[in-house]
Design a protein around this ligand. Sequence first.
Ligand code: FMN
Length: 202
Amino acid sequence: MSSTTARTAEPLRVAVLVGSTREGRFAPIVTRWLSGQLGRRDDMRTDVIDLTETPLPHTLPAFGQEPSPSTLELLAAVSPRLAAADAFVFVTPEYNHSFPASLKNAIDWHNEQWHGKPVAFVSYGGLSGGLRAVEQLRVVMAELNATTIRNTVSFHNAWGDFDEDGNSTEPAADVAAKALLDQLSWWAHALRDARSVRPYAA
Ligand SMILES: Cc1cc2nc3c(=O)[nH]c(=O)nc-3n(C[C@H](O)[C@H](O)[C@H](O)COP(=O)(O)O)c2cc1C
């Protein structure tokens, strides 16, 4: 078996990035549901990166300047996990018709970790279900040489969409999640295979 074939058979490493760090946030409910959906799949292994557990500084270093030792320590808890991922799912709420600053900060701290990889979105919010945040994230991730997945899962007025065990009370959500993850799987396999033959060079 060639190394490419062997790599293709490995489960995809999917990093779930939890965008909200707000006190009292709703994000863990959505993330737990998503983790359950991912856990049903034998083609994916999940790594949940919760930015409240792995905070990153809000001040970027000057161009060409190495981050401080304390910043490097914080980055070490996040950056290698993003680099190792074959695919990403961003769990994002909508704040003022966009996505949270905490998510943008985590995106901006990184660059090549996103290159040539697919990003899917699970969003939530009020009436819009976070879809305006998602559309803006597509523009941002294009700049970072990532590709975004067409389908989304969005929870509109999300607070009534989950029971006390964290299950979705809306059966369509589980169906939508399968479609989303199937698309993510296709792109993640295709891009992982491509990167193994020809490393992404932007
Ligand atoms: C600063 C702020 C701005 C918000 N703006 C919007 C908005 O523009 N559209 C919307 O649908 N919901 C908006 N919401 C509601 C959030 O989407 C909702 O509270 C969601 O639960 C936030 O995610 P979190 O609880 O995980 O932080 C806003 C919430 C906050 C805190």
